[in-house]
Ligand binder design. Structure first.
Ligand code: PRP
Length: 213
């Protein structure tokens, strides 16, 4: 690693932090503490670690995009939290746009065929685009998105993701800014959902198996 990329090596995050250790954090949960205690097996990235990492990455992005325009493109819905926090940590002008996409067919994400549910509002010809994502799992969504945005004539297309699951990758995607590499567990919080719940938790947790098995 060298130059501006030196500070952005992904963090490996597979610790088992139980709720006892993060009780202070849980006191300010937006949802019922007791239900979360029984539904979330463990915290794998605390709110403090998440925010610290986003600030580090924001400094690197400022440096990489000095004297360039920067258009953040968030992928709904999971990227809402990351977009809101990252954008506020960037000490520069940014523009924001949003896409919503869905995998075609069965609801599994393994087809790689993506349908646009909501397209960008504006033309991106000549723009420096940074895709903002909550998670890269199989990589199929981001692989498709990058190709799609490049085909629209963007000057550059890079990717920021809060989380990446290297063990789940089905396709290699070059992700320039990675918050944390995590194990293959079912994770929720900070934009990530299970049946649309848990997106507003401020940390990343592992969903208890009894919730989906
Ligand atoms: C998640 C995430 C990515 C995609 C990654 O979105 O936000 O867009 O899955 O998966 P992949 O690497 O296997 O393609 P999801 O489809 O769950 O929608 P959501 O953001 O609305 O929850």
């Amino acid at each position: 690693m060298e130059g501006s990329r030196a500070g952005i090596a992904p963090r490996r995050c597979d610790r088992n932090e139980d709720f006892g250790q993060t009780f202070a954090l849980l006191e300010r949960l937006p949802v019922d503490l007791e239900s979360v205690r029984s539904e979330v097996e463990r915290v794998i990235v605390s709110e403090a670690d998440l925010q610290k990492r986003l600030q580090e990455i924001a400094r690197t992005i400022e440096s990489d995009y000095r004297d360039k325009d920067l258009l953040l493109i968030g992928v709904l819905k999971g990227a809402v939290m990351a977009m809101a926090d990252l954008a506020r940590y960037l000490n520069r002008h940014v523009e924001m746009d949003w896409m919503a996409v869905s995998s075609y067919g069965s609801g599994t994400k393994s087809s790689g065929v993506v349908r646009i549910l909501k397209d960008l509002d504006k033309d991106i010809t000549g723009r420096n685009v940074l895709i903002v994502e909550d998670i890269v799992d199989t990589g199929l969504t981001l692989d498709w998105m990058r190709t799609n945005l490049e085909s629209r004539g963007a000057q550059s297309v890079e990717i920021f993701t809060v989380l990446r699951k290297p063990e789940s990758a089905m396709v290699k995607v070059d992700v320039k800014y990675v918050g944390f590499d995590i194990p293959k567990d079912f994770v929720i919080g900070y934009g990530l959902d299970f049946n649309e719940k848990y997106r507003n938790l401020p940390f990343i947790g592992v969903l208890a198996k009894h919730m989906y098995e």
